[in-house]
Design a protein around this ligand. Sequence first.
Ligand code: 13P
Ligand code: SF4
Length: 305
Amino acid sequence: MNKKEIETKIKELKQKHNAVILAHNYQRPEVQDIADFLGDSLGLAMKAAETDAKAIVFCGVDFMAESAKILNPDKIVVHPDKKAQCPMAAMVDVESLGWFIEKNPQAEVVAYVNTTADVKAQTDICCTSSNAVKVVKSIKKKDIIFIPDTNLGLYVKRFIHDKNLILWPGICPTHHKITKDEILEIKKQHQDAETIVHPECRPEVIDIADQVFSTQGMINYVSKADSKEFIIGTERELCYRLKKENPDKTFYSLKSAICPNMKKITLEKVLKSMESLEPKIELSETIMQKARLPLQRMMDIGRGD
Ligand code: 13P
Ligand code: SF4
């Protein structure tokens, strides 16, 4: 089947199953093109919570598809490749978090949404890169365990001076690889370009950025900005959507900024999963019930960018 035929088949199956396709901004271009909604982690969770569709086909990594299921326990949530997993989310598990909580029993636990459902179930509130500062500001307690992204935690600390953030030693391999020198080199060649980076980047990268946003925050900012050129410090596929929505602007991506896990979802896998509505996300009722609370608290706070 060629690309056009696959797309036509996907459209027919969408109708047949009353399905909606949600895709993250880092998905392959051809997957972005067939999505009903594209967004960042927060936008996708909110969209999943409000959809009337019977089935959700989730093109992203594991924790995002799990969040969609937790928010829609009665709907079918299909994840076209279960091996599409976020390595940062795998850097904290229930046992290690339990040990950390025992050591800091006075602390409230904030979980970056990049965590598995069973870990979320042990936490007080979630956040995303869009609203991490807003979420931490909303907490009354002085001590806060922040899991699992150290870089995001260090970014939040820049805005919070009356609380003690206890950080978990996790990182995103894709963002942590981005170096200050790499960005400075591009800046040298394109001196009028604005630099926008994701808060999962190292502190020294954040220091030289003009703006720091979630992926959807970047999309929103660029559409309104006066600048015509941008250096984009996040997974490079975001530039596909940026260029599509802003054809008059130029984007410089970082060669090495690729999340291989996001690329595991292909158009062929989307089609296959829509034919069988498999593989489904399956989670225990107890885990979903416990994990829904921190997710809901986060969504009640809304966007921060
Ligand atoms: P966003 O929520 O900003 O899209 O980030 C998700 C993510 O996994 C970043 O690496
Ligand atoms: Fe996880 Fe990083 Fe990939 Fe985002 S870019 S899904 S944080 S590994």
